[in-house]
Write a protein that binds this ligand. Structure first.
Ligand SMILES: O=C(O)CCC(=O)C(=O)O
Ligand SMILES: [Fe+2]
Length: 320
């Protein structure tokens, strides 16, 4: 047998190096885990992410969000309002964030983030999308759902993983994420009568309690939603949706990442931002260009990862 490194062993070694074993156990058992700030966000990453999001929101709307009172976002009638004229269960959405501040590159490349999501999705995973939610006081709960857009039954292994940087404290009063422990093993989406949370809703759904600076991870199959915010002020979170490379992604990044951004990052960053994908071509010439780019990036990543990554669709394994 050739002496090829084992990607599962490599992923596990990294988890042990970062002392994440107990969070992996919780993720396996419950389908969701909270990694606390001292492990998830060393240094000042949390405050830089929060400041960056306030800046992006101000640039997009002309108004700086009011963190203390939430008055800029109360009862926001926005996309995905549950009923006509009602408020949005997400609050404001800030999308396609990766290139809007260097702190977002750091959020993606944070070793804790990569170790936990690589455990679920393998070394060939990619970023599906980077989205922030800013929620003021509101009335609408976000019902339970799985993030994955696949027909039931879902495979038991993760095809998607979600990572949420909690940037203001989470509990049910202030509109935290909710989830149903163990639901990742049901391998199906909830039926309509199983989606409601809060009073009279799904009795198993519980709030995610997490201090600002925590990083919450959930399996793509896990049923989750969010409680409406009763407290004043804003709930701010940054969500990174990660995917296996053959999933359709939220964002199309292949031709969007400037050379200077690629140059200052690792080969893994290039793979995460779709440079290793060649599907999506628009002509035969474009297909050739993408295949050549993919080959270059994939080879560089293979070397950088010590041979554990494999993005070749004919050879890919569960953790490679
Ligand atoms: O607002 C939340 O906590 C949940 C949002 C959500 O469903 C998601 O990020 O997939
Ligand atoms: Fe979701």
């Amino acid at each position: 047998m050739p002496d090829t490194p084992d990607p599962l062993k490599a992923a596990w070694d990294e988890i042990r190096r970062l002392k994440l074993e107990k969070y992996v156990a919780e993720l396996d058992a419950n389908g969701l885990t909270v990694v606390p700030p001292e492990i998830a966000c060393p240094g000042d990453l949390k405050s830089r992410l929060l400041d960056a999001l306030l800046d992006v929101a101000e640039e997009e709307t002309g108004v700086r969000p009011d963190l203390e009172t939430g008055s800029t976002h109360s009862y926001l009638n926005n996309r995905y309002a549950v009923e006509e004229g009602g408020d949005s269960p997400f609050g404001a959405l800030l999308q396609c964030l990766l290139l809007k501040n260097r702190a977002f590159e750091e959020a993606l490349m944070n070793p804790v983030h990569l170790a936990m999501t690589t455990y679920l999705l393998g070394y060939s995973m990619i970023l599906s999308g980077m989205t922030a939610f800013m929620k003021g006081p509101n009335k609408s709960n976000l019902g339970l759902h799985s993030d994955i857009f696949l027909p039931d039954p879902y495979p038991p292994h993760a095809m998607l993983a979600a990572s949420t940087y909690v940037l203001t404290d989470f509990d049910s009063e202030n509109g935290s994420t909710a989830y149903l422990p163990g639901s990742h093993r049901l391998c199906r989406r909830p039926n309509p009568e199983e989606t409601a949370i809060g009073e009279g809703g799904n009795p198993g759904a519980i709030p995610v309690e997490a201090k600002a600076g925590s990083l919450v991870f959930w399996h793509g199959n896990t049923w989750h939603g969010a409680f409406h915010r009763k407290a004043v002020g804003l709930r701010v979170s940054l969500n990174l949706l990660m995917a296996r490379p053959y999933m359709r992604t939220e964002e199309d990044m292949a031709d969007r990442i400037p050379e200077e951004v690629l140059a200052r990052n690792s080969a893994r960053f290039a793979v995460l931002t779709h440079q290793g994908l060649f599907y999506g071509f628009t002509s035969s010439e474009d297909a050739s260009r993408r295949v050549a780019r993919s080959g270059k990036v994939t080879e560089a990543y293979h070397k950088e990862s010590g041979g554990v990554s494999c993005t070749n669709p004919f050879e890919m394994k569960m953790h490679s």
